[in-house]
Every structure is written in C-alpha cells, then in structure tokens.
Ligand binder design. Structure first.
Ligand code: ADP
Ligand code: ZN
Length: 433
C-alpha cells in the first residue's frame, strides 16, 4: 500500500520541478526572516533571485550542528514565536541538545510523512501499534505517535521503561506493531525470555526500528526473536524527527520523503556534491518547513543515495543504511573503524549475544582497541580451551574486517548494560585524558 501516490510516485521531472519551486520560496523566506542565512548569503554574494531550479542548491551555504549551537536557542527560527506550537530537542548523543520549534503546518507535514512510512511497512487501521520510543523532548515518541493516529491505527503510547508491563500489554491488547530503537527491541526480546513468554504467545508482526545505526544481521536477530518483520526508519530532529526516510517492502534502501526533505551527498572534506552511488555525508534541505527551516544541513551521517527504479512503484531517491556518523567513526592507529563493522561480525557468529562495547585507549602513545562481547548462555563454559578458541575465532574475523587487531574480552551473558533508547557502544578513553 502507498499512502500518498501523488507524491510518493511522482515522475522525476515533476518532482524536480516541485523541489525547485519550493526551494525558491524557502530561500526567499529564510533570507527575509533569518539574519544568519541573510548574512551567509550576502557573504557568498548569492541573492534569492539566483535560485531558480533545484540544481541551484549548490550555490547555497551549508548549516552545521555548530551553527545551531551558536544560535541557541531560537536564533535560526524563521517563524514568529506566536506561530510555534511545539518544541523538541535532539537527544544530544554527541553534545548539547539543539532546540527545534514547529508550527502547526510543520506538525501536519510530520504526521503525513510518518504515515507514509507506516503504510510502507504494511501498518493499517486495523493494527494496534505501540510507540516505544521515549516520549518527551526526543522527537521519536510524539513523532511516531501522531503518525499512527493520522493513519487511523490504534496507538499505545507505551514509551520506554516498565518493560514487563509493556510486554503484558503487547500480549493482552494484541499489539501488532511497535516503533522503537533496535537496542530496545533486543531488550524487549530478552525480557520476554526472562518472563517465560514465547514469541508465539504475542502477536507482533511489524517493527519500525530507527534512531540509531543498525545492521542487517541485527535485523535478522530481532526478527527471529520477536517473530516480526523489521523495517528501517530514519530521521533527525533538526530536519523533522522520525519519518525523513523509510523502507518499502523491497527493503533495498530507504525512500526519502523528497518533496519535503531534499537530499545531497557531499565529500565532507571538500564539501563538493557527490554523484549518486558514492558514499559521503548526507545533507538535507527542508523544502517546506516553517518553524526552523534549514539550508543544506550537514547530518554527519554517512551513506549513499540511489536513484534507480524501485519495484514498489515509489519514485523517490533512496538512501542506504547509515554506515555510521562521521563523529562515531573511530580513528585507531590511523585506521577508520565504525562500531557497525564490529556489530556485523559479532552478529554473524552464533556464539555471541548482540551486546558489545568498544573501549578505545592510548597506552604508551599507541591506540588500543578492546572489544567486549557477551557469550550466549549455551556457549559459555568453564572449559578454557574452548573459550580461548572462541576468542581467537572472533579476533581473527575482526582483524580481517577492521584491518587492525582488537583485544577481545569475552563477557558473561547479561553483563553489558542494556539501553532502552539509543544504544551506547563506544567508550573512548582518549577523549577523557
Ligand atoms: P542526536 O543527534 O542527538 O542523536 P536525534 O535524536 O535527532 O539527535 O537523532 C538523529 C540521528 O540518529 C541521526 O542523525 C542518525 O545519526 C541517527 N539515526 C536516526 N535514525 C537512524 C537509522 N534508521 N539508522 C541509523 N541512524 C539513525
Ligand atoms: Zn520501494
């Protein structure tokens, strides 16, 4: 099912025309309402009249998270305070939160794009859907909530925490869908086991997972443990919240809601736009936002864009999974390492729980990487020989994938701290020195 075929299946030509018109209007709007953008454009000698088609976007300035922080709290807001009806903040994974104000129209657009996602996942009015992203300043909870309501399904605003009660609700109310972080989905599966409830006793069939990077192997793990089909949903509060892009049934990249969020990929060093298919930093321009519209916002998320035809019928550009954030990327002895690479290796081996932590340190001026990973109950033993062999198997695989040696620490099941929101997988002690 497609929620809004007029927009989701628009011809490429008409889409680009629409994007061009919206960009023109947006540039006029920010030029006259946000001194930050007016100054930047004047410095670059660009006037709103120079923007006539979507291709002119390369003439416009970038916006960074630092710009948002420098203009904290409301410096980049374009709409008058009287038009703002809600405020959210980014979760602050990588520093101080940034504040985002929404107008009534912004909230309507958000619900619309969220509903497109849920429909692509196969959610219908007949579903009972639990929103288990945190409610509050974080955009996950309320963002997903209004999307479910807009679709006409029944929303259960479960939020995070109180997981046993939540599981009883899943069983008793016959909850069929859930939105949460992949980390929380795993925690839910573990709690289910602890309570002695089998997945056949609950009716979950669809999961909308996002807010943090996750791998295909993690998808398989969650799907088999919860007995559902898991879909990727992506978003960020600066641009809107969840609902910026979503997987369709093909699950070959995520369709971007391009009539509202215009994507580009750039080389983060030269800031040059890269062609589709090349990996780089994802950049978004909010084409229709009123509260805090952003020009060419640098997400720091690394991925590729694809514009080949998708059999589902949607015509929008798709983005690959996020490999990681550029600021998640660890540079260890000069080699780039992403936590997602480690995750992928660990989840490929039946011996390990999908629970891991990378501890990076510097000893005698040399970077060290320790990978802590939980061994599954069935594989954990007192037999030192078999444990050492297991450790070696993982070390060898990590070495071949990461190109550097890691010191593997096998941990007892349950010993690594569980996350209910976004998972934490790195402790970089070098930053603490
Ligand atoms: P913060 O930047 O403080 O974490 P947000 O809560 O707005 O703020 O989170 C947005 C970020 O979360 C994105 O920029 C991206 O790094 C990550 N993210 C969101 N959804 C996904 C997803 N489906 N896959 C990978 N990363 C995601
Ligand atoms: Zn598709």
């Amino acid at each position: 099912m497609i929620w809004n075929p007029n927009k989701e299946c628009m011809s490429r030509e008409l889409m680009r025309e629409l994007q061009g018109k919206r960009l023109q209007k947006l540039v006029q709007y920010v030029y006259h309402n946000v001194p930050f953008y007016r100054n930047k454009m004047q410095e670059m000698n660009v006037s709103p009249e120079d923007i006539v088609s979507i291709d002119d976007i390369v003439k416009l300035p970038f916006t960074t998270k630092q710009d948002l922080r420098d203009n904290y709290p409301y410096g980049l807001q374009a709409a008058p305070a009287s038009e703002i009806v809600r405020v959210h903040a980014s979760s602050g994974t990588t520093g101080n939160p940034t504040i985002v104000g929404y107008t009534r129209k912004d909230l309507a657009v958000w619900s619309e794009v969220m509903t497109r996602c849920l429909t692509a996942f196969g959610v219908t009015r007949d579903d009972t859907f639990s929103v288990s992203y945190g409610y509050g300043l974080f955009t996950g909870g309320l963002g997903a909530h209004y999307g479910v309501e807009n679709l006409g399904a029944t929303v259960i605003p479960a939020s995070t925490g109180n997981t046993e009660k939540h599981i009883r609700l899943i069983r008793d109310l016959n909850i069929t869908g859930i939105a949460c972080t992949p980390s929380y989905a795993l925690y839910l599966a573990e709690t289910l086991d602890k309570m002695g409830i089998d997945k056949s006793q609950i009716g979950l069939r669809v999961g909308a997972f996002g807010a943090e990077p996750w791998t295909e192997n993690m998808r398989k793990e969650i799907e088999s443990r919860l007995g559902l089909k898991g879909y990727n949903i992506y978003g960020l509060s600066e641009i809107m919240g969840p609902g910026v892009s979503y997987e369709c049934q093909e699950q070959n990249g995520s369709h971007i809601n391009e009539d509202h969020f215009y994507p580009e990929i750039i080389n983060p060093d030269t800031l040059e736009q890269l062609p589709y298919g090349e990996q780089g930093e994802l950049v978004f321009t909010t084409l229709t936002k009123e509260g805090m519209p952003l020009l060419r916002y640098r997400t720091k998320d690394l991925c590729t864009l694809m514009d080949d035809e998708c059999p589902c019928g949607r015509t929008s550009v798709r983005m690959s999974r996020i490999v990681g954030r550029s600021d998640d990327m660890l540079i260890i002895r000069g080699i780039n390492v992403f936590p997602s690479q480690v995750e992928s290796v660990i989840l490929d081996m039946p011996e390990f729980e999908p629970q891991y932590m990378l501890v990076v340190d510097r000893v005698n001026n040399l970077d060290t990487l320790q990978v802590q990973v939980e061994v599954r109950k069935d594989y954990f033993s007192d037999d030192i020989g078999s444990m050492l062999a297991m450790k070696k198997r993982l070390s060898d695989k990590l070495k071949s994938v990461l190109s550097i040696a890691a010191d593997v620490r096998l941990m007892e099941p349950g010993s690594i701290e569980r996350a209910q929101g976004k998972g934490k997988h790195v402790i970089d002690k070098r930053k603490l020195q």
